[in-house]
Design a protein around this ligand. Structure first.
Ligand SMILES: Nc1nc2c(c(=O)[nH]1)N[C@H]1C(S)=C(S)[C@@H](COP(=O)(O)O)O[C@H]1N2
Ligand SMILES: [Mo]
Length: 155
């Protein structure tokens, strides 16, 4: 089982908390991400404004499956309800980005967004999971060293 997240928890290196509108807020290490969900592979190319074209191979679970395990606060049978939700992903340096739930929902964008546990064959246990958004042309949402994922609603 994964561990519940408590207010004031001190995170160990490489851990993240999954919080917000979920029934079971949880604290997840990279090893947890590797052990509890099916592993996917993504071979991606993205553009960085400062370092040009980047090519990487990532392994890790689908973000959607990890969030589903935590019990998202929406009514799963209602597409309009699901379409109101947002995911905020924050890295250890404070760099943060937002995805809509609909981007990764199978009935909407169905983007195969991963929470990487390995980058180009290097396990990410020490530095933390990285967000992988294969549908993005730009690298800015590939947040590394993820410390927090928050599910919330618009408005
Ligand atoms: N935590 C964090 N993740 C980040 C960034 C950052 O500033 N902080 N920059 C992003 C940007 S702009 C790019 S292009 C990619 C670059 O990843 P790479 O250098 O591993 O190819 O990381 C992304 N992830
Ligand atoms: Mo970038």
């Amino acid at each position: 089982m994964t561990r519940p997240a408590m207010a004031g928890d001190l995170l160990l290196a490489g851990e993240l908390v999954l919080v917000g509108e979920v029934e079971r807020p949880s604290r997840l290490s990279v090893a947890d991400l590797r052990d509890h969900w099916p592993e996917r592979t993504a071979e991606v190319t993205f553009e960085c404004a400062t370092s040009g074209s980047r090519h990487h191979t990532f392994h890790g679970p689908l973000l959607r499956e990890v969030i589903e395990t935590a019990g998202p606060g929406f009514d799963p049978t209602r597409r309009k309800d699901r379409s109101r939700y947002l995911l905020e992903v924050t890295g250890e340096d404070g760099h943060a980005t937002v995805l809509s739930w609909a981007e990764i929902d199978e009935d909407f964008g169905n983007a195969p967004v991963l929470l990487a546990t390995a980058l180009d064959g290097h396990e990410l246990d020490g530095c933390g999971s990285q967000l992988v958004v294969p549908t993005d042309h730009c690298g800015a949402r590939y947040i590394s060293g993820i410390t927090r994922i928050r599910l919330g609603t618009s408005g």
